[in-house]
Design a protein around this ligand. Structure first.
Ligand code: SF4
Length: 353
């Protein structure tokens, strides 16, 4: 007998439409697939017993063809300096990766998720880049990071997800978009599309594709330098996808979405906080609204340092002078290596929970 297509599928890797198309020989339509999604993601259960409209025979057949594994939480660690918590997960094949629980103002949480184990892109200020890439994560492995946090307290719902953990989301495009759909779906994790943020360092063809496909999630370009030569030294991918082309793609994206250009900026003292950067940003994005999120670099190796207050202040004034809107973002959990750029599958510091 030949292999059954979709054997050993993971039900938490599917939207209703992809599940309904997975086994053409089974009487599984989208309505039933929606109820299955509600069971395995909405209700976070593994068994399908009692799903309305699902016969015992079909339930047994789906059970035989699927393997709904879970991630093992190897370590859960609270920061001593702020209310951030980091999770270290182990996948069934032994791969390690992390997620960070971010407190929001009202009693809610956001989760910063990994899209890959490690990362191939080697940005010089990022520890994940020093790990290299182990592999892409499956959609269920991304969804499960959020479900793990959600399980911790119904009184504190998860209302936001940001793809800014280990990995470059647009190098695992299909699985990231699938995971976002499952997280957003009313039968899935029910997180608003505008509360899901995908952050890229600039995979140009995927920015174009993402814009053409019209997804509702917020897109942020982690630019960090507007000057091509400098950026190419910080973010090696910039040699393939230059700043001018990225800026044009982000302008097109903002126009298609009717919103601002969202940028992230890792501030490094003496490197990318000068008036030259602000001027170039003003030139690249003249006539469009920009929302730039500035965060201090976190580099445990000590090679890069955040700017002091005076340098940061000068940078912010220069941004304002050049018409660039900005907010300063706090990247928490530095002591547990949960801050942006420090995810390297380690368990140190803080308090083990
Ligand atoms: S900043 Fe992002 S893209 Fe760059 S190495 Fe780190 S994880 Fe990869």
């Amino acid at each position: 007998m030949g292999a059954v297509p979709g054997a050993h599928a993971h039900l938490r890797s599917h939207t209703p439409s992809s599940l309904a198309a997975l086994w053409p020989d089974l009487p599984l339509d989208e309505t039933l697939a929606r109820r299955i999604l509600l069971r395995v993601v909405g209700e976070d259960r593994d068994d399908l017993a009692g799903v309305r409209g699902l016969s015992g025979r079909l339930e047994r057949e789906i059970a035989a063809r699927s393997r709904n594994r879970r991630l093992e939480v190897v370590d859960r660690r609270a920061s001593r300096i702020d209310p951030f918590v980091k999770y270290l997960f182990r996948a069934p094949d032994g791969q390690l990766f992390e997620a960070v629980r971010i407190p929001l103002e009202r009693p809610r949480w956001s989760v910063c998720v990994s899209s890959q184990a490690g990362c191939a892109l080697g940005c010089v200020f990022c520890e994940t880049g020093r790990l290299g890439l182990a592999r892409d994560l499956e959609p269920w492995e991304i969804v499960e990071q959020v479900l793990t946090v959600r399980r911790e307290g119904p009184e504190r719902p998860v209302t936001g997800v940001v793809f800014q953990g280990q990995g470059e989301p647009f190098q695992n495009y299909d699985n990231v978009i699938r995971a976002a759909e499952i997280l957003r779906h009313p039968c899935g994790a029910r997180i608003g599309g505008d509360r899901i943020t995908i952050s890229t360092v600039g995979v140009l063809p995927m920015i174009e594709r993402y814009t053409a496909e019209g997804h509702p999630y917020r897109l942020i370009l982690s630019l960090t330098s507007a000057l091509q030569e400098r950026r190419a030294q910080l973010v090696p991918l910039a040699r393939r996808h230059p700043v001018a082309a990225l800026a044009a793609a982000m302008r097109r994206h903002a126009k298609a979405r009717g919103g601002p250009v969202n940028l992230a900026w890792v501030m490094m003292a003496g490197i990318n906080t000068g008036a030259d950067e602000a001027r170039e940003l003003g030139r690249l994005f003249a006539g469009v609204k920009v929302r730039l999120s500035a965060i201090d670099v976190n580099d445990p190796t000590g090679r890069f340092h955040p700017p002091d207050d005076a340098e940061r202040g000068r940078f912010f004034s220069a941004l304002a002078d050049n018409g660039i809107g900005f907010v300063r973002r706090y990247s928490g959990g530095a002591d547990i290596h949960a801050a942006c750029g420090t995810l390297a599958s380690r368990t140190t510091g803080g308090v083990a929970l």
